[in-house]
Design a protein around this ligand. Structure first.
Ligand SMILES: Nc1nc2c(ncn2[C@@H]2O[C@H](COP(=O)(O)OP(=O)(O)O)[C@@H](O)[C@H]2O)c(=O)[nH]1
Ligand SMILES: [Mg+2]
Length: 471
């Protein structure tokens, strides 16, 4: 990507193209120490293409101005402009959100007008980058903005909102505080040993408690990430079983729409079909597969192979047994390693109490009447919690407030942990303090990189380059 080289006034669409009532074009630039002189700031430039320049000039920050975007004498679109004045804005600069009509043509015309009048098209993440540079947010909060935009489910959203409120930043700062105290103590001892001319060969850390406490807090954060990842990315759950067991019927029932074709003809589903649902706040990518059996037809055989491959990569499977096909029903062709056994068609043939296959309990449902569906959903929720590494209902949601939200944050926490483990190992071997101290500082640097206290152009560009345009 191009670099964020200047602080010129920038403009970008903040809403995606497509049919909509309204669209937002965002602008930012100037009005603070880093920006250009306010003569060529974003609001000044905007005056040139707005029907009521004097009103805009007089507008206070956080107020809304009505008017037209104009190209000379020609009206381009009727707009409402939310005016922000530095430092009270998302970026910390002067800026505005121009709310114009939606669709494709109007926002494009407004953006082109801005570009013609001195604005530069914003790069990906450039607004958030400026917010970070101007001290409006730390890196974990800037990332949380992106997480919110990408959140698929209610829990992922809640976790991101907590990170945006600074939960992770606060936890990281608390761990850093613990380590800074140790670093101070170590530096002090190093100074003394120089003054006294005493060698520091047999030093080791004066106290290990703070390092141990920091380690355990980092471990906790890493454990929470398993849950966060599941909440963000969701789980793949595949419906498998013999043809005609009712996989597609159950798939449609769970999805609450007629997605998969259902017939009494075995082999109706030839390839896998998927849809997203949310269970217990966790996104689930549910996949209906072709029934596994000896297929006569070549196309069906390929479908079966593809379905089998998908089932292998699933987080867990729901194996559907046709409760009405025989008494007792035929067991599945493959007993699943993980997941749930479902006795379908209980409306035709009720499942005997506590029916098990291979020692595994079955859940009775009817995809036709919906009987047993709540119990099945509950059982799926339990499997999901198991995947998330938490046993209690709601525990994941309650505990991920200070969890890392991105792979970047997770790997920095892991680096800090490694550095602390090495610190302790060196200390246990009575290594001199001047050998131990750099490892402690490595841990602090890794943590500082999470919040952005320690950063360089490469880190920032890699991070903000993942953002979308207009954010
Ligand atoms: N009575 C009854 N029929 C069902 C039930 N579930 C599916 N069926 C019927 O069983 C047949 C096969 O269903 P389908 O969902 O296509 O099975 P698939 O091959 O496993 O995908 C269709 O005729 C469905 O209407 C059920 O719970 N009760
Ligand atoms: Mg089917």
């Amino acid at each position: 990507m191009d670099s964020y080289t200047d602080f010129a006034p920038i403009a970008a669409r903040a809403t995606p193209p497509g049919e909509s009532a309204l669209a937002v074009i965002r602008i930012s630039g100037g009005g603070n120490a880093l920006g250009d002189a306010s003569d060529c700031g974003a609001l000044k430039l905007l005056e040139k293409c707005f029907s009521r320049p004097a009103v805009l000039r007089a507008a206070q920050g956080n107020s809304v101005v009505y008017g037209w975007m104009i190209d000379g004498a020609e009206k381009v679109d009727e707009v409402l402009i939310s005016v922000y004045r530095a430092p009270k804005s998302y970026t910390g600069e002067d800026g505005a959100d121009i709310c114009c009509h939606g669709g494709d043509a109007a926002p494009r015309a407004v953006l082109n007008l801005l570009l013609k009048n001195g604005f530069r098209q914003a790069l990906r993440g450039e607004f958030s980058y400026r917010a970070f540079i101007n001290g409006k947010v730390d890196l974990s909060r800037a990332e949380a903005v992106m997480e919110i935009v990408g959140a698929k489910g209610e829990r992922a959203l809640a976790g991101s909102v907590r990170r945006l409120s600074g939960a992770l930043e606060a936890e990281i700062n608390a761990v850093k505080k613990l380590l800074l105290d140790v670093v101070c103590e170590v530096e002090l001892n190093l100074d003394y040993s120089e003054v006294d001319g005493v060698g520091s060969e047999d030093a080791g850390l004066p106290t290990k408690e703070s390092v141990l406490a920091a380690l355990s807090r980092l471990d906790h954060l890493l454990a929470l990430y398993q849950t966060v990842k599941l909440e963000k990315e969701g789980a793949l759950v595949a419906l498998v079983g013999r043809p005609n067991a009712g996989k597609s019927s159950l798939f449609n029932l769970l999805l609450k729409e007629e997605r998969s074709i259902v017939t009494e003809i075995p082999g109706t589903t030839r390839d896998w079909i998927e849809g997203w649902i949310e269970i217990d706040g966790i996104p689930v990518r549910l996949a209906d597969t072709a029934g596994i059996h000896e297929a006569a037809d070549k196309i069906e055989q390929i479908g079966i192979e593809r379905s089998a491959a998908l089932a292998t990569s699933a987080d867990f499977v729901l194996t559907i047994i046709d409760g009405a096909d025989a008494n007792p029903p035929k067991p599945p062709l493959q007993m699943p390693g993980s997941g749930l056994l479902v006795w379908n068609k209980c409306d035709l043939n009720p499942m005997p109490d506590n029916f098990c296959l291979d020692g595994k309990r079955c859940i009775a449902v009817s995809a036709k009447t919906g009987a047993g569906l709540p119990a099945l959903v509950k059982a799926i929720a339990k499997e999901l919690r198991h995947l998330a590494g938490s046993a209690e209902e709601g525990a994941a949601a309650a505990s991920t407030g200070d969890a890392p939200g991105t792979d970047r944050q997770r790997s920095l926490i892991a680096s800090a942990k490694t550095a602390l483990q090495e610190t302790l190992a060196l200390s246990d071997n009575n290594a001199p303090l001047d050998i131990i101290a750099p490892r402690l500082r490595d841990a602090l640097d890794a943590l500082g990189e999470i919040t952005g206290e320690v950063s360089n152009a490469g880190i920032l560009e890699a991070m903000f380059g993942n953002f979308c345009v207009g954010k």
